[in-house]
Design a protein around this ligand. Sequence first.
Ligand SMILES: *Cc1c(COP(=O)(O)O)cnc(C)c1O
Length: 421
Amino acid sequence: MSWLDIDKKHVWHPYNSLPSKASLLGVKKTNKTSIFLETGEELIDGMSSWWSAIHGYNHPRLNEALKSQVEIMPHIMFGGLAHEKAAILSKKLVELSGLNSVFLCDSGSVSVEVALKTAIQYQEAKGLKKYKFIALEHAYHGDTLAAMSVCDPNNSMHSIYGSYLPKHIFTKAPELGFNADCSASIAALEETFSKYHKECAGFILEPIVQGAGGMRIYNPIFLEKARELCSKYDILLIADEIATGFGHTGKMFAYEWADIKPDIMTVGKGLTGGYMTMAAMITSKNVSDTISNSKLGILMHGPTFMANPLACSVAIESLNLLEETSWKKNVLNIEAIFKEELQNAKELDLVKDIRNIGAIGVIELKDDTYAQEIQDYCVKKGVWIRPFGKLIYSIVAYTIKEEDLRKIIKTMIEAIKSIEK
Ligand SMILES: *Cc1c(COP(=O)(O)O)cnc(C)c1O
């Protein structure tokens, strides 16, 4: 039995059946922005492993960071003990975000859980019983139960779990488009806040790009309004930067497009350059002080692998690389290439919309039935993308070569054309 047969029989994959009904490609190794399959083919990576491998794979500096750390200390519990790498990483995150207090945890979804708990504890510390959250339609904040409860209620995940999930307040998502008029969604937001502010601890959103819930790029004005309303009603603004963070939209964090600061931020995905599972929840000093000076006086969370030193050391080196390389210039180049090449998809019959920002390029189809077919076509042509529903998109490493990026986009478009024929 080959290892792929064992996998098919015993191993769950994301959003899949067991045995898998969808085809699975065996990966032998990676290098830079290439994936090498067991069958010998090389695929150019158009997904950067779900937005995480921002420097490409097997970067010598990141490899070395892990190798040297494993000799020093692979892991140590974080309860009652501290280590240097966690401090160095947290200092960097504080400097980049302008926030103050860092909670290092295991994955994006967990950082969202911690953010929601933090917001509730903040309100409780002020003597307020506020247990609901405001969230956006089309939102995606993760797969654990509390994170899922603030995801778009109309994507079926909510209905699957019946009455188990807490009910939150959903408000109209900002209109599609970086320059779009968002007066309608802002009016809805004002109404939501005035109606529900007494019950709500926080407002969680993905700044500028709503990712897995629809790859929706929106106007920074909406964020300014969100900040204003949150401050007015003392509802914490939670910026979920797990997908958008570390340069994906052309700013280090997407909320910088609006010249605002959140009260709480979550980061993950690109944090370790795609090497290790790690995320962080970062808050203002006001939030951590309020909780720490409350009657309870502590934040009630503490995972076994909190601040894992291997993950910390590779995250530090990934942030060093960002500082030292001209990531901003690279992302701007990528943006220009997406903009140019995606024009060729605009007039196709199947295409509803094209949009792009930073290292993110999206073709939205009118129909959601072609995702698998398009993926298969691209793989055959040496390109790895993984569309979902109507969305054929690519998010690339900042180190990708221009010719490879052009090939990814051209192949996506060819794939759509092949269906139109
Ligand atoms: C991926 C993602 C998450 C969940 O992160 P995991 O590491 O998959 O748990 C949460 N929020 C956003 C915006 C994401 O893109």
